[in-house]
Design a protein around this ligand. Structure first.
Ligand code: ZN
Length: 357
């Protein structure tokens, strides 16, 4: 009797279904299911998952690159004047067409709803489709990003005000790295903020004195690498030189996130979840310690989250979603799955083989 791959037990060493994932991402590219309507404001982020996902799957030929470039560029906010640029607003990218024309409580249009995460996704998508970032208006982004940095070194995602934490330090670092210009960011202050987020157990919390978390730890390590404060392959290099973070404790915390079922959890005592095979796996890659995980067990867990329709779910046996599909693919890229392009761990998009940047 033949057993279809989604019914097989993890020990059957299930195949990575590349073609199905390509179809799933293509389907999402053409028409998002209706339950994504609540995420309309994050459309650039959803596009990042699809386009970077197709790139990692070596299937970027399925999209109209010129169409993508003009759509992304149409979401950039431009200052109307030099005075506008000096007004304290951040001029980056809107998450979607609707946020470009958002209204305030009085019904007046807000002309600029730029967001750091949308700006990171915009640049990541443009870079992925081969657009030369030096030919865009990066001056307004670089001149205005400084208004988002707080006295403690952290970043707000918008000039309108919102929570500040490591996610937005990461977005700012990735933006400055991709634009090859750090003039809008006080790196020393950002570094101090990141270091203040390392917890007693070695992981990093999203804000100082908070519980260690896989996503926050990724943001911390990737930001320090992008900013040039640490090197990759830290465990072999930190032995000979002093490192600004506690590497042995971080290594211990990260390796302990692989659970008995082979998957990775974001925090202690939580269920394994597809996306942490990338968040925590990425940290281990930067540390030079990804080889120390049980790679077969990780692959087996991820395979139980692989959907028959293509894509990955958060937990085994559930329906896939775009977010976990992307991070399932990136996790398989970290595991050097044949047919997948290597990932630049710190930037979160495809990159050259063997490097984390
Ligand atoms: Zn998740």
């Amino acid at each position: 009797m033949s057993v279809s791959f989604w019914e097989a037990s993890p020990s059957d060493n299930i195949k990575f279904e590349r073609e199905r994932h390509v179809y799933y991402m293509e389907m999402m590219h053409h028409l998002l299911p209706s339950h994504y309507s609540g995420q309309e404001i994050n459309r650039l982020t959803l596009a990042y998952f699809v386009i970077s996902g197709l790139d990692l799957l070596n299937a970027l030929d399925r999209i109209d690159k010129e169409g993508v470039i003009s759509w992304v560029l149409s979401l950039q906010a431009h200052p109307r004047s030099e005075a506008d640029l000096e007004s304290g607003q951040f001029f980056g990218f809107h998450g979607s067409r609707s946020s470009q024309f958002e209204m305030n409580d009085n019904g007046a249009l807000i002309p600029n709803g730029s967001h750091l995460a949308s700006t990171y996704c915009a640049l990541a998508v443009l870079r992925t489709v081969g657009y030369n970032l030096s030919s865009m208006d990066s001056r307004s982004i670089l001149k205005s990003i400084k208004y988002l940095q707080q006295p403690n070194g952290s970043f707000m995602p918008t000039h309108i005000g919102a929570e500040t934490d490591l996610r937005f330090v990461y977005c700012a670092a990735a933006i400055c790295f991709m634009l090859e210009n750090w003039s809008g960011m006080d790196r020393e202050k950002a570094k101090e903020y990141i270091l203040s987020c390392q917890s007693y157990d070695g992981g990093f919390g999203l804000v100082p004195s908070s519980e260690s978390h896989g996503g926050a730890t990724y943001c911390a390590l990737a930001s320090l690498l992008l900013m040039g404060f640490i090197e990759d392959d830290l465990i072999s290099k930190s032995a000979s030189s002093s490192c600004i973070i506690d590497v042995p404790l971080l290594l211990d915390w990260s390796l302990q996130r692989q659970a008995r079922d082979g998957g990775f959890q974001g925090r202690a005592n939580k269920d394994s979840d597809t996306c942490y095979a990338f968040w925590v796996g990425g940290v281990l890659k930067i540390l030079g310690a990804h080889k120390f995980i049980d790679q077969k067990a990780s692959r087996d867990f991820l395979s139980t989250c692989q959907s028959e329709y293509g894509g990955f779910s958060k937990f085994p046996g559930q329906l896939p979603d775009l977010y976990h599909s992307y991070y399932g693919i990136t996790a398989f890229s970290l595991l050097n799955e044949p047919g997948l392009n290597p990932i630049s761990v710190a930037l979160g998009i495809a990159g050259a083989a063997g490097v984390t940047l």
